[in-house]
Design a binder for this molecule. Structure first.
Ligand SMILES: O=C([C@H](O)CO)[C@H](O)[C@H](O)COP(=O)(O)O
Length: 207
C-alpha cells in the first residue's frame, strides 16, 4: 500500500517545508484543495520541481469543465488530479481524456456520495485510475464519524481505492487490511511536532 501525504495549508512555502520533511517516507505528495485555491497552479509546479521523483497529486475537486481543469493541472506538473464523484459522467470522462493525452491519471473523490461502492464502479468504468473513499475535514468533526464506514465501502466496491478521513498511526493498519491501494494522511502528519517522524511512523506501521 502506498502512503499519500495531504498538505492542507495556504502557502507554498509551508507545503515545500512539509514535503521536504516527509518525502523520504511517502510515495505521493498531495496539494490540498485549500493550497491550490490559495496559491494557484504555481504551487503544483513548485512541489513537482522540488520532488520530481514523487507522484504529485493535485486535489482539484473538479465539478465541471473536467478536461480543462485536468489539462492545466497536468501542464503545471500534476501526475494525478481529483474530480468529484458527484460530477456528471461527462465531466469525469473529460478529465480522463486529458489524462490519457498526458499519460497521467484521474482520481475520483467520493466525498459526499451516498452509495460509494456503486459510484466507484461506475467511475472506474469511465476510466478513473482509482477512487478515493473520503470523509472530509467537516464530516470528520461530526458526531459519530467513523473511518470504518469508508473501509467497508472500499472493500465492497471491488475496484482500486484510497482512503482519506483522518487516517493516523493507530488506524493505518486497518486501512491496509481493507485492501486499499493508498492511505491518505493529512493532519496526522502536518499537525505533528515532528513531521518527518510522523510520516516515518505511518510508513513503519504499514511496512
Ligand atoms: O481532502 C482533504 C480535505 O477535503 C481538505 O482538503 C484532506 O486532504 C483529506 O481529508 C486528508 O486529510 P486528513 O483527513 O486530515 O488526513
Amino acid at each position: 500500500m502506498k502512503l499519500q501525504f495531504a498538505m492542507d495549508t495556504l502557502t507554498t512555502s509551508q507545503a515545500l517545508e512539509w514535503a521536504a520533511a516527509a518525502a523520504p517516507h511517502v510515495d505521493i505528495l498531495e496539494l490540498g484543495t485549500p493550497l491550490i485555491k490559495s496559491e494557484g497552479l504555481a504551487a503544483i509546479t513548485a512541489v513537482k520541481d522540488a520532488h520530481p521523483d514523487k507522484t504529485v497529486f493535485a486535489d482539484l475537486k473538479t465539478m465541471d469543465a473536467g478536461a480543462l481543469e485536468a489539462e492545466i493541472a497536468f501542464k503545471a506538473g500534476a501526475d494525478l488530479v481529483t474530480v468529484l464523484g458527484t460530477a456528471g459522467d461527462s465531466t469525469i470522462a473529460g478529465a480522463v481524456q486529458a489524462a490519457e493525452t498526458h499519460g497521467k491519471g484521474v482520481v475520483v473523490d467520493l466525498i459526499g456520495v451516498a452509495d460509494k461502492p456503486a459510484r466507484a464502479r461506475e467511475v472506474v468504468a469511465l476510466g478513473a485510475t482509482f477512487v478515493e473513499m473520503h470523509a472530509g475535514l467537516d464530516e470528520q468533526a461530526e458526531e459519530g464519524y467513523s473511518l470504518e464506514t469508508l473501509l467497508r465501502a472500499g472493500a465492497e466496491a471491488g475496484v482500486p481505492f484510497s482512503v482519506a478521513g483522518g487516517v493516523k498511526e493507530s488506524s493505518i493498519a486497518a486501512v491496509q487490511d481493507s485492501g486499499a491501494q493508498v492511505a491518505v494522511a493529512g493532519s496526522s502528519i502536518y499537525s505533528a511536532d515532528d513531521v518527518a517522524a510522523a510520516a516515518a511512523a505511518l510508513r513503519a506501521a504499514i511496512a
